[in-house]
Design a protein around this ligand. Structure first.
Ligand code: FAD
Length: 457
């Protein structure tokens, strides 16, 4: 009998980053038969989930020469998603029952970092990872190959240059702060900083803090700080002008809601759009982050414009560089880990040739139609990668392309139930819920997986 010859190609692939996205990308690429090298700047896996008390020298995180601290986690952070929905599809994020682990449904950050470590060990991924190795350059060379230059330690003399067939970018997007523009800020005498450099509330004891932002971390941080601060004033776009509202129902009673800041003055006051005035000590920007790929050279084919990374087909492939260059994890307001998994499976299959991609022209037409739909619905450019309501449609589309089942119904329902609960009780949703029926369904589903799904490399 003739030896069987695989019709599918095995490629040399560089994965940049060993956070949740890079880990699952490495697993899927290897499962598909590719040869994988994962470059990781830090000394361990987990990316965002590796908490450090260290902060950057520039509290605003805007000085390009600062020493970069990758993680933006604060000490008190617990997940804002229940562990059942958060975990990878075939490696449930269940409590291990070990005494040093956090069994809560919305665990603290350390538990997530340990889960990601277990994932890496369980699937034998550590052998693929070069720790403390930063990619300083990734650019296209002739024959559709990619030159990757990496640096270990601080010594530029030991830069290593290698050629790969493909690069998968998994470098995360919660490190480079986005700041609100505030008229008068240069003369304002108080302290201002970005939540990237917030860790613990103690430095804010007895201070008056103005916090800008309305997303999950702004809510968490404001409640954290309010335990010790004199007052916390939240300036949020989602508050109509003219409303100054005292937030009640929390354990603390010193939080106020405002519309956005109109200006700040050199006497230390902060003026809001409704005309209210507060004398403040600190302004804390909880205003999100910028996509940043300082190592990537695509000769201008891929750009970041007002936080739109593009053009990208399905937020993953630049049509003119597909499938050699891809991005995992750009989307936000989503269930990240399962989405990384679907994206990674699609990339792995496209690289081997098992899954076909449309022509460059067709992919470009799809991207253009998507941008037009955003314009038609008045969606700002910097919301391009905010998938929100259509995330499960997106996941299911990827699953169909890969020929695998889509997102489980219980997971979709539990995600919606959590969103509703978080809105109804922002300070208690992590400890009080009403979706026990969905938890049971999830447990039944998990029982069908092999123990933690591991062992299958
Ligand atoms: P990251 O985890 O950021 O990993 C990127 C990795 O790339 C890092 O290890 C970094 O060191 C490495 N890297 C970067 N540049 C280079 C380079 N040039 N060379 C080599 N290595 C490089 N998600 C949830 O599911 N649930 C939650 O409750 C939740 N809460 C969150 C709270 C906060 C405050 C934040 C910021 C995020 C939260 N998220 C949450 C989202 C979280 O970011 C994702 O869950 C996920 O961890 C992102 O994984 P990633 O691999 O894309 O990026």
């Amino acid at each position: 009998m003739a030896p069987s010859i695989s019709l599918f190609k095995s490629r040399d692939v560089a994965v940049i980053g060993a956070g949740a996205a890079g880990l699952v990308a490495a697993r899927e690429l290897r499962r598909e038969g590719h040869k994988v090298v994962v470059f990781e700047r830090e000394r361990q896996v987990g990316g965002t989930w590796v908490y450090t008390p260290t902060v950057e020298t520039d509290p605003l995180g805007s000085d390009p020469s600062r020493h970069i601290v990758h993680s933006s986690l604060y000490a008190s952070l617990r997940t804002n998603l229940p562990r059942e929905v958060m975990g990878f599809l075939d490696y449930p994020f269940v409590s291990t029952g070990e005494p040093h682990r956090d069994p809560r449904r919305f665990p603290g950050h350390r538990e997530v970092s340990l889960y990601l470590k277990d994932f890496a060990v369980g699937f034998g991924l550590s052998e693929l990872i070069r720790f403390e190795t930063e990619v300083v350059y990734a650019g296209l060379v002739e024959d559709d190959k990619w030159r990757v230059k990496s640096r270990s330690g601080n010594d530029a003399a030991i830069d290593v240059e290698e050629i790969f067939d493909a690069v998968v970018v998994c470098n995360g997007h919660y490190t480079e702060p986005r700041l609100a523009e505030i008229p008068g800020i240069d003369a304002w005498p108080g302290k201002h900083m970005h939540s990237h450099n917030y860790r613990i509330p103690e430095p804010f004891r007895d201070q008056v803090v103005v916090l800008i932002g309305g997303a999950a971390s702004a809510v968490d941080i404001s409640m954290d700080i309010a335990q010790v601060a004199k007052a916390v004033h939240i300036a949020s776009r989602s508050v109509e002008a003219g409303i100054l509202e005292k937030l009640s129902g929390n354990a603390v009673d010193n939080m106020w809601l405002h519309p956005m800041i109109e200006s700040v003055q050199k006497d230390g006051t902060v003026i809001f759009y409704d005309g209210s005035v507060v004398l403040a000590d600190v302004i804390l920007h909880c205003t999100g982050y910028k996509y940043h790929f300082p190592f990537l050279d695509t000769s201008g084919i891929v750009t970041v414009d007002d936080n739109r990374v593009g053009p990208l087909y399905k937020h993953i492939f630049p049509p003119h560089l597909a499938p050699g260059l891809s991005f995992v994890g750009l989307l936000w307001k989503v269930l990240p880990f399962p989405m990384f998994e679907f994206q990674s499976k699609w990339i792995a299959g496209a690289l081997s040739g098992r899954i076909g991609l449309p022509s460059q022209e067709e992919m470009m037409a799809d991207v253009s139609a998507f941008y037009l739909s955003l314009e038609a619905s008045d969606t700002p450019k910097h919301y391009t990668h905010n998938l929100a309501d259509s995330q499960f449609e997106y996941d299911d589309w990827l699953a169909l392309e890969c020929g695998i089942p889509g997102v489980e119904e219980w997971r979709k329902k539990m995600y919606q139930a959590t969103a509703k609960n978080r809105k109804a009780r922002p300070d208690k949703y992590r400890d009080e819920w009403e979706d026990e029926d969905l938890m049971l369904e999830a447990q039944k589903d998990f029982a069908r997986c092999r123990p933690n799904g591991a062992g299958d490399n």
